[in-house]
Design a protein around this ligand. Structure first.
Ligand SMILES: [Zn+2]
Length: 400
């Protein structure tokens, strides 16, 4: 049984980035359909010979911006942050979640009712994504990032961290341990952001973290999954479930978490892939049903195993895709057929997919111009609202 380091002892597991030891990088993509887009057009390889646990770029960090050009997406229209959650004075503070547009990367910000912040991933290298994230942090009045979580060390998730921490300091870094794919620039950019003085907490599946009134349970890390949680349930979607083999890169190592606020539950598994998702889902759904699910790996078909999604049975799914990265026909059909699904929201319309495999435009933040976010406001009574930063329109739901 994993030890709950933070809650029980407050001790942080510190792991320094030791130099050397990592295997050589191979060639190949990152396994995300549609390839990389936006900041770098990267050529990151896959560590085919790397040894787990001992690696680490250990280069002292890449020079600023060296890993990317920070190419801005077309039509940047300036920060556009929906005002969800800006309640009248006196109202009980909600939990707020923002899916910040990083053009196919990931940057999911949780702002707890007491103002503490957890940022899961920070988009691509360059100036664009850190700037967008800093704008949202400023909008919510956050002067620091209490927990900066690297779900895994791919550049679309950790590329932006080195520049971000120059804009807004991060107190504690959270990750799955050292990379298994040191050839990806994401790890050097992460260690650059980490520097020498910040606290690093490498979590195990089952560890917990209290973020104000929000309980964070890490449900996957470094390829391991949590023991069944209190809400674990039998999962009828396991019968005849399809299997797929994971590529043994950073994706299946993703730190995934479940955030619970009152009865509301949100799951973000980073880029967790099919096999490990299957371990969370079968033969028992270890997480139980949840209310809001962020699609794994930007909604691609390598992830979002039907047995997981249908077991979680979320009311709302947010797909953090880019226009040319993420999304999938199989995964979209999985989302549409998921029991109890009310709405699928997308950060971008996926241009290569037809209208039947994209959600309604009203539920899509970026259709032509970009830099619009999706956000959710979650109240203590379990009511929650998802808002489109482009249209300022919202839909409301009730946690079960
Ligand atoms: Zn990704």
């Amino acid at each position: 049984m994993p030890v709950n380091l933070l809650v029980l002892t407050g001790v942080l597991a510190c792991a320094g980035g030791k130099p050397g030891g990592g295997g050589p990088g191979g060639t190949g993509g990152d396994g995300e359909t549609g390839g990389r887009q936006g900041a770098t057009g990267g050529t990151a390889g896959r560590a085919t010979g790397g040894s787990s646990g001992t690696g680490g770029a250990g280069t002292g960090g890449a020079p600023d911006g060296s890993a990317g050009t920070g190419g801005a997406g077309a039509g940047d229209a300036g920060p556009a942050v929906p005002d969800a959650g800006m309640d009248a004075p006196g109202a009980a503070s909600p939990l707020r979640i923002f899916w910040i547009d990083t053009e196919g990367g990931a940057a999911t910000l949780l702002v707890a009712p007491d103002g503490q912040t957890l940022l899961a991933d920070a988009g691509w290298a360059g100036a664009r994504d850190p700037g967008r994230i800093a704008a949202v942090l400023a909008q919510v009045g956050a002067k620091k990032i209490d927990y900066l979580l690297a779900t895994h060390f791919h550049e679309d998730h950790t590329g932006g961290m080195a520049n971000l921490v120059k804009l807004v300091p991060a107190v504690t870094f959270v990750d799955h341990g050292n990379t298994v794919e040191p050839s990806d620039p994401g790890y050097a950019l992460y260690t650059s952001a980490l520097g020498s003085s910040a606290r690093r907490m490498s979590v195990k599946a089952g560890d917990k973290l209290q973020l104000g009134g929000v309980e964070i349970t890490f449900v996957s890390s470094h390829g391991q999954v949590t023991a069944p949680l209190a809400g674990a349930a039998a999962n009828p979607a396991c019968a005849g479930a399809r299997t797929k083999r994971d590529v043994p890169d950073e994706d299946p190592r993703s730190v995934g978490f479940l955030a619970r606020y009152g009865t509301f539950e949100f799951v973000d598994l980073g880029d967790l892939t099919w096999e490990v998702e299957g371990q969370l889902a079968c033969p028992m759904n270890r997480l139980g049903p949840v209310d809001l699910f962020q699609s794994s790996q930007h909604g691609t078909d390598d992830s979002n195993a039907r047995q997981l999604v249908h077991g979680l049975a979320p009311q709302v799914i947010v797909v953090n895709c880019g226009a040319g990265k993420g999304g999938g026909t199989e995964s979209f059909e999985t989302f549409q057929s998921s029991p109890g699904i009310k709405d699928i929201w997308q950060v971008h319309r996926v241009t290569r997919l037809d209208a039947a495999h994209n959600t309604d435009e009203a539920l899509t933040a970026n259709v032509a111009a970009t830099d619009f976010n999706l956000s959710a406001t979650v109240n203590a009574d379990g009511s929650f609202t998802v808002s489109n930063g482009r249209t300022q329109q919202s839909r409301s739901y009730q946690a079960r």
